[in-house]
Design a protein around this ligand. Structure first.
Ligand code: XLS
Ligand code: MG
Length: 400
């Protein structure tokens, strides 16, 4: 399936700094980023974009309603951006509140132990939701960011999950009470950032917490694959499959990652690892008939970044094209695999076996299950032969 694609403001505005070196690329303004994104829309590369509040407007904690004030820089900027986007039909699909950039939130945003800091985080979330509504955004994302800990003895363990629930319920109430455009919210889990631990480390953590929210039907997840699960050597395959099974995967964040390293955020399929895993992930999305969209969340390679006025636009344009082309490669290959009858036949030899006892298990027919006579020896002596399936897929992936 040819999926709709989104490229966020923050990926385009990134100047590609890291903890050991400052920015490589010259910075660009939100309006310059918007022009790059609008060109990508005109060129048929992307359909949507998304943003943190901080990617497009400054935050003044003393003026939390500035988005409503026509004389404020915030008001003027969001109107100027929307005018540009409307001209080319570029849609703001998702908004997310930055609770990581400002130093105030270094010990957490929604989970900060100080209620005044939590209140500022809540005000910032509400402003982000209003900005999202202004753009007609459909999704609000909560990424755990600094909601985590560097020292376990420094946490009042009775509170963090309660505070996250409070914060997310507040977002849902604000959306409903003000009838905002946002129709669904997502949690974006991540194991660490970059030190310590985050409270919602994985897709499973996020799905578990959703059950405790006031309105679980408003909340899903947007795992960032391969990066966030890969950081702790978890698989993208079961993260996506479990979220789809739960009916809670509206969109995915996509980029590349060498498993076990800190958030590489390499562009799609780019780098030493991950090609097979990405193709496998997209194949799973096809096989499960998943209908959601793809949002890139990665950055220009540090090597490919370069300072200089003339580079600052072109490198970012090339980055978008590279992401889109690479995604289409993975998507094309996954479609080939999913439509390949020979591969289906090889899989069918080993998986998808049916028997009456299967029905009994699914319908909880306890008597039939208890009474079933099953040939343990025969089953135990039958090799499973996953390698044969993998070999067939490897041949098809490598085109041989
Ligand atoms: C960082 C996250 C972040 C979210 C949006 O690792 O991917 O960029 O996607 O807040
Ligand atoms: Mg992300």
């Amino acid at each position: 399936m040819k999926r709709q694609l989104s490229m966020p403001f923050w990926c385009v505005r990134s100047t590609v700094g890291d903890p050991f070196g400052s920015s490589v690329m010259d910075s660009i303004t939100p309006l310059e980023a918007c022009d790059i994104l609008c060109d990508a829309k005109k060129d048929g590369l992307i359909d949507f974009t998304s943003t943190h509040d901080d990617d497009i407007v400054e935050w003044d904690p003393a003026n939390p309603m500035d988005d409503q004030d026509p004389s404020s820089p915030c008001y003027k900027t969001i109107h100027a951006l929307k005018e540009k986007m409307d001209k080319v039909g570029l849609k703001m699909k998702m908004v997310t509140c930055s609770l990581h950039g400002d130093t105030l939130f270094r010990n957490g945003g929604l989970t900060n132990p100080d209620p005044e800091i939590r209140a500022l985080a809540a005000q910032k979330v509400m402003r982000t939701l209003r900005i999202g509504n202004f753009f007609g955004a459909e999704y609000f994302t909560y990424w755990v960011a600094r909601d985590g800990f560097e020292c376990q003895f420094a946490v009042d363990w009775k509170t963090p999950y309660k505070y996250i629930e409070n914060g997310l319920n507040l977002a849902t109430r604000y959306i409903k009470e003000n009838k905002l455009s946002i129709k669904y919210c997502t949690i974006e889990p991540k194991p660490n950032e970059p030190r310590g631990e985050m409270y919602l480390a994985t897709t499973g953590h996020a799905l578990g917490l959703i059950a405790n929210l006031e309105d679980p039907s408003m909340w899903g997840v947007n795992p960032e694959l391969l990066q966030h699960e890969g950081m702790t050597n978890l698989s993208a395959s079961n993260a996506a499959a479990m979220a789809i099974h739960a009916g809670k995967l509206p969109f995915l964040h996509i980029g590349n990652q060498k498993a076990g390293q800190f958030d590489n955020d390499s562009p799609t399929l780019t780098g030493m690892d991950g090609l097979k895993e990405m193709v496998g992930l997209v194949w799973i999305l096809e096989k499960l008939n998943w209908k959601g969209h793809i949002e890139f969340d990665n950055h220009v390679l540090r090597t490919d970044s370069a300072p200089g006025e003339k580079n600052k636009i072109q490198i970012r344009k090339d980055f978008i094209k590279h992401n889109v082309d690479s995604w289409r490669l993975a998507e094309g290959k996954a479609e080939q695999l999913a439509g390949n009858k020979d591969l289906d036949a090889i899989r069918a030899k080993y998986i998808g076996k049916t028997a009456d006892i299967g029905k009994a298990l699914e319908s909880y027919d306890l008597k039939a299950i208890q009474a079933a006579k099953i040939d343990y020896k025969k089953l135990n002596e039958t090799p499973v032969a996953n390698a044969a399936i993998d070999y067939a897929f490897n041949r098809a992936i490598l085109g041989m």
